[in-house]
Design a protein around this ligand. Structure first.
Ligand SMILES: C[S@@+](CC[C@H](N)C(=O)[O-])C[C@H]1O[C@@H](n2cnc3c(N)ncnc32)[C@H](O)[C@@H]1O
Length: 284
């Protein structure tokens, strides 16, 4: 979807503005919220958060969906890049000494230290994300991804997929099995502006429908004031906006009517223009 006006919020280079390495939105959530879960990330953009959840937060399967296919292609590239930077784990333990020089005293000491660190890490079976610098991939190309039979389907990079779809109107193949956690971060404004009050209601109903009972909806609605800039972006959005009667402040009541319970609200997460609430709803 080549679009000079990002009328769906389908910004390219979004994560250059909103660096994920320090993304506070995931950091405020309980550390085990994704543990052992099937997760859907709606409006995943280039998949930086999606990859973080799949790689570092214990999710067994994570799917990112976005309306813009070029962003989804970028998300698949992100998966490969993150994989190329990941350090060895118990699923990938071969410690191969590729330095052909004879061991000097200094090198011996460093080797021992490195191997101790690596052994401790392997024992914990937690991948070291960002172990190799990004420049390795830039200079040498991405690392090949081993077959899932070797590492397991519930472990990064096999526990992640990306799909192109307008998720308000289209189901994706993964929806059938349902999810334990659904994320909708900074996407409700775009759905509301493009699809109107009925569109946002349909969206909430669909989220409810794909969540397992006891599952969680992690929601970051954009405030009404932020709609003004988006309205100016495109005449169609302006026209749609003039017909809206719902406001983001009404969303909690709508979700409660559907059978969600507001479990937790984290206020003022993020910085500058991105300072917003993160709401966690329990699907009863
Ligand atoms: C502002 S970005 C937010 C990206 C990401 N969720 C985050 O907060 O880091 C909004 C994303 O939602 C996507 N999007 C908008 N409407 C959508 C829809 N109906 N279905 C799927 N994706 C959608 C856009 O293409 C864009 O990538």
């Amino acid at each position: 979807m080549a679009n000079n006006h990002a009328i769906h919020g389908n910004y390219h280079g979004y994560y250059a503005k909103r660096p994920v390495a320090t993304d506070e939105r995931l950091a405020v959530l309980p550390s085990n919220i994704f543990q052992g879960c099937r997760v859907l990330d709606i409006g995943c953009n280039e998949g930086w958060l999606t990859c973080d959840i799949a790689q570092n937060r214990g999710a067994t399967f994570v799917v990112g969906v976005d309306i813009d296919d070029s962003l989804i292609q970028g998300a698949w590239r992100r998966r490969r890049a993150i994989w190329s930077m990941q350090g060895p784990t118990s699923g990938h333990t071969e410690l191969v000494d590729t330095d052909p020089s004879p061991p000097t005293k200094k090198r011996k000491k460093n080797d021992t230290q490195d191997k101790d660190e690596e052994a401790a890490h392997v024992a914990s079976a937690t991948p070291l994300s960002g172990y190799f610098p990004a420049s390795c991939e830039h200079e040498l190309g991405p690392l090949p991804i081993p077959p899932s039979t070797r590492r397991g389907k519930t472990v990064f990079p096999h526990n992640i997929a990306f799909r192109t779809a307008d998720w308000v109107t289209t189901t994706i193949v993964d929806d059938a099995e349902g999810y334990n956690v659904v994320l909708a971060l900074s996407v409700s404004k775009w759905i509301h502006l493009n699809d109107g009050d009925e569109g946002i209601k349909t969206f909430f109903k669909r989220v409810y429908g794909v969540l397992q009972p006891g599952g969680r909806f992690v929601f970051e609605p954009q405030p009404w004031e932020s709609y003004a800039k988006a309205r100016r972006m495109d005449p169609k959005l302006k026209e749609n906006a003039s017909k809206l009667t719902l406001r983001p402040n009404d969303f909690t009541a709508l979700l409660q009517e559907l059978g969600f319970k507001l479990e937790k609200c984290y206020n003022e997460v993020g910085e500058g223009g991105f300072k917003r609430s993160i709401e966690v709803y329990l699907r009863l």
